[in-house]
Design a protein around this ligand. Structure first.
Ligand code: SF4
Length: 223
């Protein structure tokens, strides 16, 4: 069995509540979505067996927080991903999954081997790719078996209705969890900042913790 991997590298997490943690990033090739603001569409990949990929990860000195499986969408290669997660888990590494939150059946297949899930909420008015609310709902139900937090990119086009729906999703889960609001770095101007503050207040009124965290990779020139 071979998996398609775009790149493997060591860096600092630039998004979400683990911001600043050192991680080994394994970027899977390919995605099932086409978000308007996407900046991670690698054009090439290398094929690895699960053991070959694990050996590459194991070459890095063990001073990192976790191994971040990212993409693209790692769950698109769920059989391969599962085999790698087994190896990293066995070696005592923490498995951190970055996902677009749209493939619930695939998540179910690997959930027991994942430690932390950074789940995107793809707001239709931000992504311009159609609604994923039902898939997000089913995905979150499974993800709640582990540590999970939510992230949503906020653009100038993002509508209040999508924030309301995100808050409904969180309230229905009956668990406390952080919602990270990420300003679209290509549109980060005064208008967007006003919008971010309005969305933060909408979260606060529902007693949901909203973290406003820009994509720090771009701010700091990190990979
Ligand atoms: S889910 Fe992520 S990788 Fe896929 S198109 Fe959207 S932004 Fe790009």
């Amino acid at each position: 069995m071979k998996g398609k991997i775009a790149e493997i590298f060591e860096s600092i997490q630039g998004e979400g509540i683990y911001l600043g943690k050192k991680q080994i990033f394994v970027r899977f090739y390919g995605c099932n979505l086409a978000c308007k603001f996407c900046d991670t569409k690698p054009e090439s990949f290398i094929e690895y067996s699960p053991r070959e990929l694990f050996n590459k990860v194991a070459e890095y000195p063990r001073d990192y927080h976790s191994v971040a499986f990212t993409g693209g969408e790692p769950l698109l290669q769920k059989v391969f991903l599962k085999a790698v997660l087994k190896l990293t888990r066995k070696a005592g590494m923490l498995n951190y999954l970055e996902t677009n939150g749209a493939l619930p059946r695939e998540l179910k297949a690997v959930i027991n081997l994942v430690d932390i899930i950074a789940m995107d909420l793809k707001l239709p008015s931000s992504t311009q790719t159609g609604e994923l609310w039902d898939r997000h709902r089913r995905f979150l139900k499974i993800a709640l078996r582990k540590e999970v937090f939510l992230k949503a990119v906020i653009s100038l086009s993002t509508e209040d209705e999508d924030i309301d729906k995100s808050l409904d999703l969180i309230k229905d889960s009956k668990k406390r969890m952080a919602l990270v609001l990420q300003p679209n770095s290509y549109e980060n101007n005064a208008d967007l900042q006003i919008k971010m503050e309005r969305f933060r207040q909408m979260c606060s009124r529902e007693n949901i913790a909203a973290w406003i965290i820009p994509q720090m990779q771009k701010e700091l020139g990190l990979k």
